[in-house]
Design a binder for this molecule. Structure first.
Ligand SMILES: [Zn+2]
Ligand SMILES: [Zn+2]
Length: 387
């Protein structure tokens, strides 16, 4: 029976798991319940090895194929964490935790990889080893990096690694991918302007940090408009502006602005950091104050490897009869760390015409389950065919 038909049969069961995860969202590394269920199910399916506590609350399951003559090891990765958002979907399995919600569909990712695990453990139609990676803290916590830092790749001998994300706006179950840079590096920065506070009626006795910081916010726009090569992609967004006073009649001693930069290349990343620092320090000095810039490099750009991308697209075509060219995404993806350690590819699977991810009305589309699970299973079977 074609794998997709098999997963169409399993869809209701997998959707049940998904909706249970949905009702019990857990944020960042706090995925204790989810990780527990994942480990329990992997044991129930008959995985050969299950290891918990990798990258704090991460779980790894190992399924050995019928033979291991080729010695191949393929890693398949899903994320498990939710977001600090108050759910507004109105579904009967909506979040039971106030202020937490599966608004990025990681409930679906976890359930789909579990579905594939069940099938792969039952059938073992491959010659090699599948390593199932369930990671916490994709949404800003760097859970994927923590799993790598715990030596996951070496410990399980992972040679290639694959990831998947649902994609609202893309037809249900239809895949999209691109080789090379795909998701952006997501750096954050904070600038503390220091001047001289005082009475708002005597501005001449002060060094006004609100004027300084306001000029800086406007000048930061020139990094994209005037400094960056127009062919390149770069986002510089100032997202917070806080003064040390809330009074009508006080010129604040200090202002802190915060923001993020998104880049797809090392050159743009260096340029953004350098120019943010120069602009803020220069403007502060011009107005008689100082600026202290703290620039933090978070997730690197996620770069798909050529060979594995071609393979992943071919598998997607086999599953769904086609594979679209994905757009560049200026959001970040923690899978970037795994793709820095091993060759691999990350693919998008259509979630249909739903609210966007991170929106309170977003919901994972259970109709994507047969295609998503089939892609996972076919990746294992086609990459490690029986001899
Ligand atoms: Zn997300
Ligand atoms: Zn996500």
């Amino acid at each position: 029976m074609p794998i997709k038909n098999r997963f169409a049969e399993m869809q209701a069961e997998i959707a049940d798991w998904r909706q249970d995860f949905h009702a019990h969202p857990e944020i960042l590394f706090e995925t204790h319940r989810t990780s527990g269920i994942v480990a329990e199910k992997l044991a129930e399916f008959g995985c050969d090895e299950i290891v918990t506590g990798i990258g704090r609350t991460g779980v790894v399951g190992v399924i050995k194929g019928r033979k291991d003559s080729a010695g191949k090891v393929v890693g398949l990765r899903a994320d498990m964490d939710a977001l600090p958002i108050h759910e507004e979907t109105g579904v009967d399995y909506a979040s039971q935790t106030d202020g937490a919600m599966h608004a990025c569909g990681h409930d679906g990712h976890t359930a789909m990889l579990l579905g594939a695990a069940k099938y792969l453990a039952e059938t073992r139609n491959f010659d090699g080893t599948v390593v199932l990676i369930f990671q916490p803290a994709e949404e800003g916590g760097g859970g994927g990096k923590e799993m790598c830092d715990d030596g996951m790749m070496e410990r399980f001998g992972i040679q290639e690694v694959y990831g998947m994300h649902n994609w609202p706006g893309q037809p249900v179950g239809q895949f999209a991918i691109r080789p090379g840079p795909f998701f952006a590096a997501t750096d954050v920065w904070e600038v503390a302007f220091e001047g001289k506070g005082g009475h708002a009626a005597k501005p001449n006795d002060t060094v006004d940090t609100t004027v300084m910081a306001a000029q800086a916010v406007v000048a930061l726009q020139t990094i994209v408009a005037r400094n960056a090569d127009p062919i390149e992609q770069l986002v510089v967004s100032c997202t917070s502006f806080e003064t040390s006073s809330t009074a009508f009649n006080v010129i604040p001693q200090g202002v802190v602005i915060k923001g993020t930069t998104r880049t797809l290349s090392g050159e743009m990343r260096d340029l953004a950091q350098e120019r943010i620092t120069q602009i803020c320090e220069g403007i502060a000095a011009t107005f008689g104050g100082t600026a202290k810039v703290e620039y933090t490099r978070n997730y690197p750009a996620m770069v798909n490897h050529e060979t594995q991308t071609e393979f992943a697209a071919k598998v997607a075509e086999d599953v769904s009869g086609g594979c679209d060219d994905a757009p560049l995404v200026m959001g970040g993806e923690d899978f970037a760390f795994m793709l820095e350690e091993r060759p691999g590819a990350y693919i998008l699977v259509g979630n249909g015409d739903t609210a966007a991810v991170h929106h309170p009305k977003y919901n994972f589309n259970d109709d994507a389950i047969p295609a998503g699970c089939s892609w996972w299973a076919e990746i294992a079977e086609q990459r490690m065919p029986l001899a």
